[in-house]
Ligand binder design. Structure first.
Ligand SMILES: Cc1cc2nc3c(=O)[nH]c(=O)nc-3n(C[C@H](O)[C@H](O)[C@H](O)COP(=O)(O)OP(=O)(O)OC[C@H]3O[C@@H](n4cnc5c(N)ncnc54)[C@H](O)[C@@H]3O)c2cc1C
Length: 448
């Protein structure tokens, strides 16, 4: 018997591969939601379009071998006897389920920072964005209370996507970020500045280097927030300040670091027959082996697949994460892969280059794209890239593949990229960035 805790991205992909590769094993999936898997990634988009969040639900195929227990929460794991204790949330009853192999794929929950009144008013004016219930709550609150101003705390992808979706719904938005830039983990300051200017140009009030200390409440209603001693009016607050891994029930059972589960390249934990994947694990960076916690659906899916293949009795390894990601704030695509120059400072000597180009010729309606690439000085090896503008993600995807193959600046300069004026430029921004890097690296031989 295989037991999977969590029918999120990692759980779904693991199940798909287990059922493909092993036709005998029975699978029990324990999921605390009342609904099957869903796409959290679509929540900001559905907000923006004032749509129905139910479109984000995905029915999960049932077979004789797959038993899905919805509305059930795993509350205890007994690794000695290989048993998971499960609570039926609706009936408030408990039962035990035995396993031969267990996949822990319980994801991560939004972090509620220690801001005065944040926890007290959670769900009642103060919101996190993770589940469909969260999304419904925000929509209901904003609609019923006719909210006209919102403070978003955190200027990462979720915070900025939510900020934009509020803005287009006619709501005044303030964004507060304690770091001096937006996308603090994914972008270097020079690229983040361009995004910040774009956001402010839309009419979002952006407050950088601004830690929020208090949510002001009067007569049970949110009235504002206090940051750096100043009060800003708002009627609702959205917290987008990161996540905490959902790993409490494995405390003392498997090795962890900063509450993230440590796994090897087969996605095995330190405890025999317990695998883990997704937002709850710490994996290795594909680039240099540094431990990285990457909260992306794409990496969760791949880790789930690796765990699934191994649980099905075959052999698979996860080579590490590059963290390729994309986010859109209105018409601006923000994409990145690998490490930033800021992260690499003091670790390795790097050179970087920033190319600006059009995605296609001016006469074909070309729009600007900016690509920054960071390479190791001694070898020219690509260590990271950031792109802003039209088709940013497609450039990052090329570089992600290049990085997977250990490519260098020379490869970016020489790679052939297809061209036709209706869709692309003759000389692509990826080639341009490669050329600029080569000039800084000044190699003896050029091999195109
Ligand atoms: C608003 C938002 C936007 C996002 N946008 C993007 C994006 O554009 N691109 C991208 O790559 N990523 C995005 N992400 C991140 C992505 O959704 C996650 O990285 C991914 O879902 C992680 O997959 P997972 O399987 O580890 O966890 P999850 O998908 O969170 O699944 C974990 C599941 O475990 C269940 N669970 C937890 N504890 C228990 C328990 N004790 N018993 C039973 N069940 C339990 C949970 O209910 C949940 O269904 C976004 C996330 C959010 C919230």
């Amino acid at each position: 018997m295989i037991v999977i805790i969590g029918l999120g991205t990692a759980g779904v992909y693991a199940t798909r591969w287990i059922t493909q590769l092993n036709r005998e094993e029975e699978i029990t999936i324990i999921e605390k939601h009342a609904y099957e898997s869903y796409s959290p990634c679509g929540i900001p988009l559905i907000f923006e379009e004032s749509g129905d969040f139910n479109v984000l639900k995905h029915p999960f195929p049932r077979t004789k071998r797959i038993n899905v227990l919805l509305n059930h929460e795993a509350i205890k794991v007994d690794p000695e006897n290989k048993i998971v204790r499960v609570r039926d949330i609706e009936k408030n009853t408990e039962k035990e389920i035995g396993y031969d192999k267990l996949l822990f794929a319980a994801g991560a929950d939004p972090l509620v920072p220690p801001i005065k009144n944040a926890r007290e008013y959670l769900g009642n004016g103060v919101f996190v964005v993770k589940t469909l219930e969260d999304a419904d709550l925000i929509k209901k609150f904003i609609g019923e209370k006719n909210v006209k101003s919102v403070a978003v705390i955190g200027a990462g992808a979720i915070g900025l996507e939510m900020a934009h979706s509020m803005l287009v719904n006619g709501i005044k938005v303030h964004v507060f970020e304690m770091f001096p830039q937006v996308f603090p983990r994914a972008l270097d300051p020079d690229m983040a500045d361009i995004v910040a200017k774009f956001i402010m140009g839309l009419g979002i009030e952006l407050h950088l280097s601004s830690r929020v200390d208090e949510i002001v409440v009067e007569n049970g209603k949110i009235k504002g927030i206090v940051s750096s001693g100043k009060t800003y009016e708002c009627e609702s607050v959205i917290l987008a300040t990161g996540v905490v891994p959902n790993t409490k029930i494995l405390d003392g059972i498997v090795k962890m670091e900063r509450n993230f589960i440590l796994v090897n390249e087969r996605m095995e934990t330190s405890r025999k027959d317990i695998f883990a994947a997704g937002d709850c694990v710490l994996v290795k960076s594909f680039i240099n082996g540094d431990p990285v916690a990457i909260q992306l659906a794409t990496t969760a899916a791949k880790q789930g697949i690796v765990a699934g293949i191994n649980m099905a009795g075959k052999d698979a390894t996860y080579s590490g994460a590059l963290g390729a990601f994309v986010s859109t704030i209105g018409s601006l695509e923000v994409a990145a892969v690998g490490f930033t120059e800021t992260y690499l400072k003091d670790k390795v000597e790097v050179v970087s280059a920033r190319a600006r180009a059009l995605d296609k010729p001016d006469y074909a309606g070309g729009e600007e794209i900016i690509l920054k690439v960071v390479a190791e000085k001694s070898t020219g090896k690509i260590l990271g890239a950031q792109a802003l503008g039209k088709k940013a993600s497609s450039k990052i995807d090329i570089i992600s593949m290049a990085m997977k193959k250990g490519s260098t600046a020379m490869d970016l300069s020489s790679v052939e990229i297809s061209y036709c004026p209706a869709v692309s430029e003759l000389y692509d921004v990826v080639n341009m960035a490669g050329d600029l890097l080569l000039r800084k690296l000044n190699p003896e031989n050029y091999r195109f």
